[in-house]
Design a protein around this ligand. Structure first.
Ligand SMILES: CC(=O)Nc1cnc2ccccc2c1
Length: 447
């Protein structure tokens, strides 16, 4: 120990010479590119947001899970040209293993369900709040990490699962003060595209890629989308048919196009009927242009958007019944959504309803002389055991300083431990809200 200390001492000493009074040359204090630090005031907002996510999830009877942010790369290797897999934050670790920082939580959920196997109690309703990563070229300058709230239902084949998930999203928006005038949940079903593709003879194995490409329609010019579709063998006539279906304006029109026995029509109709029952129908809008960019969706798809159309999707999700099979497991119906921590904050800011949670404590305790510090520490312990948030002043301070300090902290009470009162087994309690001051026996301190 002393050996390494002295060598560290030597390094510090030599560096000291190099850069004057400071120990060594200043490190770069910024976080890695595309990532964020959470100072206490940022952490208070994040804890508030995650608290709302968790409260809604628990209100719906969902159980929380988590998995490592580091996963085997194979979980995310999909051949559908998704942005999320093209920007995988992947590398080879020191054991020559191909690993990746998770870009989403759903594959980890699937892995846990497969790991649990027969022991899974179905239906399962699980939620998670986890950091997800992507590696974007510097050019875009976009963030490389965000936190995502996920809720998923495993083992329910009917759209009752999606209806429940949409209800949870609406419950969240209502909790944070947003209304159906601010936000719309756009709903569609990939079986629309599937039926149209089948009608035009698009091979099944191209379906996921078609969805990923068509999802880019609102992000790039139509010609570019047509080019990408042609590049995977979807001829222009088919592109017109496919894109035509995305322009439908009602479930009725959809029925006319796909016929009354279409599964998509039945599922969407049932979903809107359930939405009516929940009481959130006003939040929904059938929008066949909603495809979502994840390859594994197989049925219902949805996304939350600000009605002003200023922001990117707030959240998104859908049904993905084939993911477990794709991982070599027994197929189970699954549906879920992801809800990022970035766009929602933008929206709340725009609406002027972003909370600013303050740091506060209940009590400030200060010994009025050094000899009474042990007594003051005991007072703090007593109050903390009673559940009070206590700021114990750790250095010798005058009353005036303590008073200002307590005011700054927004404390409810200032407790002064002074010699004469202590001899009587009391402390002075200043009630900072009622501007009252009284002498209180220690035993009566915890309110
Ligand atoms: C608006 C935003 O920060 N989006 C974002 C940021 N980081 C990510 C990281 C992985 C996957 C998706 C991501 C999405």
């Amino acid at each position: 120990k002393s050996e390494s200390r002295s060598s560290a001492g030597k390094i510090a000493e030599s560096a000291g010479k190099a850069s004057g009074s400071r120990g060594s040359a200043m490190i770069d204090t910024q976080p890695p590119r595309g990532t964020r630090d959470f100072f206490p005031e940022d952490m208070r907002l994040r804890n508030w947001l995650f608290g709302e996510f968790a409260a809604v999830s628990q209100g719906f009877g969902f159980e929380q899970f988590d998995a490592p942010v580091l996963e085997s790369e194979e979980l995310f290797v999909r051949k559908a040209g998704e942005e999320i897999t093209e920007q995988l934050y992947n590398f080879e670790d020191k054991g020559q293993r191909r690993v990746a920082l998770r870009p989403e939580l759903t594959p980890s959920l699937a892995r846990l369900v497969l790991q649990k196997g027969k022991a899974m109690q179905l239906p399962a309703k699980w939620f998670a709040i986890g950091q997800c990563w992507r590696y974007e070229r510097m050019t875009r300058g976009r963030r490389r990490e965000h936190y995502q709230w996920n809720m998923d239902v495993v083992g329910v084949p009917g759209v009752e699962a999606e209806a429940e998930l949409l209800a949870a999203i609406v419950a969240f928006f209502e909790r944070v003060g947003l209304t159906a005038e601010d936000v719309v949940l756009k709903v569609s079903n990939r079986k629309v595209l599937q039926a149209v593709c089948a009608r035009y003879g698009v091979p099944d194995e191209s379906f996921a890629r078609v969805c990923v490409i068509v999802d880019k329609l609102d992000k790039m010019p139509r010609e570019k989308v047509e080019e990408e579709l042609a590049a995977i063998g979807v001829p222009p006539a088919t592109v017109d048919g496919v894109l035509g279906a995305l322009g439908l304006r009602s479930v009725e029109e959809l029925g006319a196009l796909l016929g009354p026995e279409s599964e998509a029509v039945a599922e969407l109709g049932r979903l809107f009927e359930l939405a009516e029952g929940y009481g959130y129908k006003d939040w929904l809008s059938f929008d066949p242009s909603v495809v979502r960019g994840l390859a594994y969706y197989t049925g219902t798809v949805f996304e939350g958007r600000d009605r002003a159309g200023k922001l990117r999707a707030i959240c998104g999700g859908g049904r993905y019944d084939r993911l477990l099979a794709a991982f070599g497991g027994e197929a189970q119906p699954m549906a879920g959504f992801g809800f990022g921590d970035a766009v929602i904050v933008e929206l709340l800011k725009d609406k002027g309803i972003l909370p600013a949670p303050a740091h506060t404590v209940d009590d400030v305790v200060v010994p009025l002389d050094a000899a009474l510090r042990p007594a003051a520490s005991g007072i703090a312990t007593r109050l903390r055991r009673a559940g009070r948030r206590v700021d114990l002043v750790l250095e010798a301070k005058k009353m005036k300083w303590a008073f200002k300090h307590a005011e700054k902290l927004g404390a409810k009470r200032l407790l002064l431990v002074g010699a004469s009162e202590w001899e009587r087994g009391c402390v002075v309690v200043k009630d900072l809200a009622a501007f009252e001051q009284k002498e209180v026996p220690v035993a009566e301190l915890a309110p």
